[in-house]
Design a protein around this ligand. Structure first.
Ligand code: PGA
Length: 250
């Protein structure tokens, strides 16, 4: 399975800026290795231009940063998987820590979104991860297990492994410049792999697990080669085509 190199642009970039960066990225990675796949999550308002910039490039996928678990309805301010598909998105993020901790999304709500997005036909990247407090209290396994159980509540055992990924992002490493070191990543990804194999006996072994949290050109080399790391989810260092292309090719 290809390594999934994903960029989360959060609430950054106008539509024009996003399209420009996307075009620069395609140019800077025209020698994309066979075993790499690029996924970019722009703000909703910038999706159309990024889809345009990636047109004809199978290995460049555009996704939404969030979705609501319904096709349509009276849900002011929300976006449905069907609307994302209509714009040319092929994927979506669910449960990003900023949505859990700033917007108050519960584990159960994240599970509903994850199930609905997958049934709608979007590649879904479920984000999980512990806070510093939880880690210091020795609750790493409990937190990952709780978030995965709730996140996968609506998935069936035979979920298509090509369509579902998990991003492990320790909250204390997101946007802080503090990367989890290889031993911490190995430990957490091993725990995630075991839980996935338990919960999804058919495909859990093959589901891609991405690492996220202060990934940059300087540390991609040591992260991407670790066991059970099949990709990365990058925030800050993905905003410039120059640094993200180094990560994609790193
Ligand atoms: P960061 O963000 O790379 O800026 O730490 C990662 C993320 O939030 O997905």
């Amino acid at each position: 399975m290809k390594k999934l190199m994903a960029a989360n642009w959060k609430m950054y970039k106008t539509a024009a800026d996003a399209e420009k960066t996307a075009r620069e990225l395609v140019e800077a990675t025209d020698n994309l290795p066979e075993d790499r796949e690029v996924m970019v999550f722009p703000p909703f308002t910038a999706i159309a231009g990024v889809v345009e910039a990636f047109a004809g490039n199978e290995n460049f996928i555009v996704g939404g940063q969030n979705c609501y678990p319904a096709d349509e309805g009276a849900f002011t301010g929300e976006i449905s998987p069907r609307m994302l598909l209509d714009l040319g998105c092929r994927s979506v993020l669910t449960g990003h820590s900023e949505r859990r901790h700033i917007l108050g999304e519960s584990d159960e709500f994240v599970g509903k979104k994850t199930g609905f997005a997958l049934r709608s036909g979007l590649h879904t990247v479920l984000c999980i991860g512990e806070t510093l407090e939880e880690r210091e209290a020795g609750a790493l396994t409990d937190v990952l297990s709780r978030q995965l159980k709730a996140g996968l509540a609506e998935l069936d055992n035979g979920v298509n492994q090509e369509m579902f990924s998990v991003a492990y992002e320790p909250v204390w490493a997101i946007g802080t410049g503090k990367t989890a070191g290889p031993p911490e990543i190995l430990e957490a990804h091993g725990i995630v792999r075991n839980i996935l194999s338990d919960l999804l006996p058919k495909t859990g072994k093959n589901i891609r697990i991405l690492y996220g949290g202060s990934v940059k050109p300087a540390n991609i080399g040591e992260i991407i080669t670790l066991d059970n790391v099949e990709g990365v989810l990058v925030g800050g260092a993905s905003l410039q085509a120059d640094s993200f292309s180094q990560i994609v090719l790193g």
